[in-house]
Design a protein around this ligand. Structure first.
Ligand SMILES: NC(=O)c1ccc[n+]([C@@H]2O[C@H](COP(=O)([O-])OP(=O)(O)OC[C@H]3O[C@@H](n4cnc5c(N)ncnc54)[C@H](O)[C@@H]3O)[C@@H](O)[C@H]2O)c1
Length: 397
């Protein structure tokens, strides 16, 4: 942590008291440098119950929370489309924002949020805008970032990420009227479950120059959005990427293979294994006289310190510390959330158009397709709000 004044407290408001709202409230209530000055949910009973339990004030409209609670910062934990409204209303009032993932449903909305933050920073240069990408705190991903930034693999050639650990039942999708609809959620696995993985991909490897996406709509569930996706990425440096995800596979796999000039790194089953080439694969390939020879290599398991604190509270602690003028860097700055949306929207745009697309693509075209899907939807949404959702079961490693 940083060096902020130990006695100061940030006044925080929390909007959205559903599944993840509970997680946020539980750690916020334990933080010495936070005073929760208000909680807000459009469901009055939720707001009242939270307020009573945690000794704070209930609000039923986010505007009232922003205008009357005296808060310095807001945590936005409402369904996706509303991230934009709540965050922009907060920026307009000079209030710091920590937004849940994804930043927005589509690139155009994310750009509006970022512009609103930039505008607000003219009057308040130290305004903080964070996004809840808690997976960036996970030790294995941090170690992968460390290896890549250090250049241990040399030039990268291929990344293949199979992440099918996002299994969801029909009861999950039926648990909220907004879930798995174009109008309510704005997408499926790419919009809800995979923003962490898409962010991780861009954090580790950057954005590709071209995307081919293949998305199956409601293949394993009665939903109108995608629940199985395979994407192929081409990067300008020659690296290719595969991204394979679904909510319809159990048991699932989380395997990230990174191949490069100096070997291959595989992350799976809470282990990072490095198959290290003794010399450059490119040089060997060009110079060896043996047609079937391989580069000499050996493997080692990379030690990872798994004891470092991880999770949502770490992201929030950094955010609060930054507001208090501490020295710690945010885990993820809000505008970084745009890149994951470029991947998500790009994959869907390519899939809808059945062709490879260039990055950047026409964000208006994607938004137009989304609006058409909403307008023409004939989907009859089933809702059974009594599903058992234990949030901690959903956090993936
Ligand atoms: N970072 C993570 O690990 C993580 C995990 C789960 C969900 N999320 C994200 O958190 C957000 C919420 O997800 P959830 O699973 O908690 O959903 P949820 O449906 O359980 O809860 C959303 C809550 O927001 C309330 N709400 C809706 N619109 C509102 C508005 N305009 N103002 C005030 N309250 C409003 C609803 O009544 C509900 O109580 C989503 O963006 C989701 O992607 C993040």
């Amino acid at each position: 942590m940083g060096t902020s004044n130990g006695n100061a407290k940030v006044k925080v408001g929390l909007v959205g008291l559903g599944n993840i709202g509970k997680t946020h409230m539980s750690y916020l209530s334990q933080m010495d440098n936070v005073e929760v000055v208000g909680v807000c949910d459009v469901v009055r009973e939720s707001a009242d119950a939270f307020a009573e339990r945690y000794g704070t004030t209930p609000y039923y409209e986010h505007i009232d929370l922003l205008e009357h609670s005296g808060l310095d910062a807001v945590i936005v934990a409402v369904p996706h489309y509303s991230h934009v409204t709540v965050a922009m209303d907060a920026f307009a009032r000079g209030i710091h924002v920590l937004c849940e993932k994804p930043l927005a449903v589509h690139v155009n909305d994310a750009k509006k949020m970022i512009a609103a933050c930039e505008e607000a920073k003219r009057n308040k240069p130290d305004l903080q805008f964070g996004i809840m990408f808690q997976e960036r705190t996970y030790p294995f991903y941090r170690k992968l970032k460390d290896l890549l930034d250090h250049g241990d693999l040399g030039r990268l050639t291929r990344v293949t990420w199979i992440n099918t650990t996002w299994f969801r039942t029909q009861a999950y999708y039926d648990s909220g009227s907004w879930r798995a609809t174009w109008a309510g959620e704005g997408g499926g696995i790419l919009t809800n479950q995979c923003p962490h993985n898409l962010d991780m991909y861009q954090w580790l490897f950057g954005l590709p120059a071209r995307i081919s996406g293949f998305a199956h709509i409601g293949k394993y569930h009665n939903i109108e959005v995608e629940d199985e996706v395979t994407a192929y990425f081409e990067h300008d440096n020659g690296m290719i990427g595969h991204f394979i995800v679904t909510t319809g596979e159990s048991p699932g796999t989380n395997r990230l293979e990174i191949a490069g000039e100096y070997g291959k790194v595989v992350y799976e089953d809470s282990k990072i294994v490095f198959y290290r080439n003794r010399e450059s694969m490119f040089k060997f390939s060009a110079e060896s006289k043996q047609g079937f020879a391989h580069v000499e290599n050996w493997y080692t398991e990379i030690p990872v310190d798994v004891k470092t604190p991880t999770g949502h509270h770490v992201v929030a602690e950094r955010f609060i510390d930054a507001i208090l003028g501490g020295s710690s860097e945010l885990i993820a700055h809000g505008p970084e959330g745009l890149n994951g949306l470029i991947l998500a929207n790009g994959i869907m745009l390519s899939s809808f158009k059945k062709q490879m697309i260039d990055v950047p693509f026409d964000a208006d075209e994607y938004e137009g397709i989304l609006q058409e899907l909403i307008k023409n939807s004939k989907f009859v949404k089933q809702t059974a709000e009594n599903a058992v959702l234990n949030m901690s079961d959903s956090f993936n490693v």
